[in-house]
Design a protein around this ligand. Structure first.
Ligand code: FE2
Ligand code: FE2
Length: 263
């Protein structure tokens, strides 16, 4: 099975990239399942039910989240209950939504997806993503061997340590959140594919999605002004993981970094 994982979809540029490029890419690469991180799809922060619907229509089967998952601009949280929308699993019980899912694809094959959030330089009060994540993967393994983890975190070490911790139990651990694609894709000894960060699908000419000027001012003056999404330089960042259907182990992982000019 070939799985396409798309790095954080950022604002309207990111969504335009998907509208234009996803369907041809799925055909060219013979993709069976597409997963995308959607935590920045709504104006750079959060997601809405309408946007989730659009992203699904472009060809994404599961939308994962991160630290912006609980920012829902139109306050309609009902879509968070849908099986194809995830937020990090390791938030305290009682929060809306869910952090893992099991879906059956049109070709009859099944896949499990787990979404976790790291704690280092982030929200240190979250439940342990290592223990929570491993438990969720073990539960999913009773139904399928094909399991993809979106580990949403700041540090490369936390993401790689998690992948090493569960190596052989999941098909891939894919890092998200930094919006900067890393060049360290590999397959670990036990058969789990890994990359520290899949990157961002959105405006390349930006500071991780936002216009540069207010971000530079923030660093210079240490005061906060409103950040606005950039609309310059569209790109698609993703990885393709090729997984053995029976064992769930990864055969290959490859990066995609495409600059898009809209027709
Ligand atoms: Fe993000
Ligand atoms: Fe994030």
């Amino acid at each position: 099975m070939k799985i396409l994982f798309i790095g954080d979809i950022f604002a309207d540029i990111g969504r335009r990239v998907l509208a234009e490029r996803l369907s041809p890419l799925v055909k060219e690469q013979e993709i069976d399942c597409c997963i995308a991180n959607g935590e920045n799809a709504a104006g750079g922060r959060g997601l809405t039910g309408n946007l989730a619907k659009k992203i699904r229509k472009y060809g994404v089967q599961v939308i994962t989240g991160g630290n912006h998952s609980f920012t829902i601009p139109d306050n309609d949280v009902s879509f968070m209950d849908e099986p194809h929308v995830l937020r990090p699993l390791n938030y305290p019980p009682g929060n809306i939504g869910h952090g893992s899912t099991f879906i059956t694809l049109e070709n009859g094959m099944s896949i499990g997806v787990v979404n976790l959030q790291g704690r280092t330089f982030h929200n240190e009060q979250l439940d342990c993503p290592f223990r929570t994540g491993k438990l969720a993967i073990e539960e999913l393994r009773e139904k399928t061997r094909i399991i993809i983890v979106d580990f949403h975190a700041e540090t490369t070490s936390e993401k790689l340590a998690f992948a090493a911790y569960i190596d052989g139990l999941a098909s891939a651990v894919i890092g998200t959140h930094t919006h900067v694609q890393t060049a360290d894709e590999r397959i670990l000894r036990g058969g789990t594919a890994f990359i520290s960060d899949a990157g961002m699908t959105g405006p390349e000419e930006s500071i991780i999605g936002m216009n540069a000027e207010p971000v530079i001012r923030h660093f210079l003056l240490q005061t906060h002004t409103r950040f606005e999404p950039s609309s310059q330089g569209a790109m698609l960042n993703a990885v393709i993981v090729d997984v053995d259907d029976a064992s769930g182990k990864a055969h290959a992982i490859s990066r995609i970094f495409e600059r898009i000019s809209f027709s």
